[in-house]
Design a binder for this molecule. Structure first.
Ligand code: CTP
Ligand code: CA
Length: 218
């Protein structure tokens, strides 16, 4: 064992990260949204910058400070997130942590009035950003998605890996109080199988994942 071998660095690499929820407007004052604090995605962007990468962080609406050394693009909707992500290509790796709303609403240009009764919302599907990158001509060399599940975690995560043409899926059991919390328990699914990355703070798990990514890209 070469004990002097340094940890792999990400110097010269461009890492693209999505984080947070998206907000899909119903009218000028109301939205539908996913539950996401953005903490895990921001921790991943910070860990990538700490390893020397150039980092682009496309963030939905969150109440978090931009990590040092990270270029942040704020977006609201899934359509805006997709445009920002494809506009940031090429990237050596993309890590899509955002909890993208699966549907958007046919929004009213004027404020709906409560007195008119509950609205009959019409939904349309949002673009799948991970699947779009998976089949993009400028596909990042390493494409990493997340799968947040309450049931059948590893089976659902494996199905998403192949369906979206991702290299890795990080599987995240959200049946407890993970959403908005400080800690997490992650599994890494690759073409070679599944590995338990363990439980820990979102920052510690981000460092573990980014060390793996740096190793893979080197
Ligand atoms: N994702 C995305 N664009 C979407 C939906 C999801 O890029 N419109 C990405 C997420 O950022 C994540 C991965 O796809 O990296 C899995 O998201 P998830 O919501 O778990 O999967 P879905 O395919 O949307 O399936 P479902 O919500 O029904 O479980
Ligand atoms: Ca979804």
């Amino acid at each position: 064992v070469d004990v002097a071998a340094p940890a792999a660095s990400l110097t010269g690499k461009h890492i693209l990260v999505t984080a947070g929820p998206t907000h899909e407007p119903i009218d000028p004052v109301r939205v539908i949204a996913n539950r996401s604090s953005g903490k895990q995605g921001f921790a991943i962007a910070a860990a990538a910058a700490a390893l020397g990468a150039r980092v682009t962080l496309v963030a939905g609406p969150v109440a978090l400070a931009t990590p040092p050394g990270v270029a942040r693009i704020d977006v609201e909707t899934a359509d805006q997130m997709l445009a920002a992500v494809t506009g940031a290509l090429p990237a050596d790796a993309a890590i899509l942590v955002a909890a993208v709303a699966d549907w958007k609403v046919e929004a009213s240009p004027t404020k709906l009035k409560k007195s008119a009764g509950p609205p009959d919302l019409r939904f349309a599907p949002n673009p799948d950003i991970l699947a779009t990158l998976g089949h993009h001509p400028d596909r990042p060399r390493l494409l990493v998605g997340f799968a947040a599940e309450t049931d059948d975690l590893l089976a659902n995560a494996a199905a998403k890996r192949t369906a979206k043409n991702a290299d890795w899926i990080v599987a995240n059991d959200v049946s407890g109080d993970v959403m908005g919390g400080a800690s997490n328990h992650l599994h890494l699914l690759t073409a070679d199988g599944t590995e338990d990355l363990g439980a820990g703070s979102k920052e510690a798990l981000a460092r573990t994942l980014l060390a793996r990514i740096a190793q893979d890209l080197s």
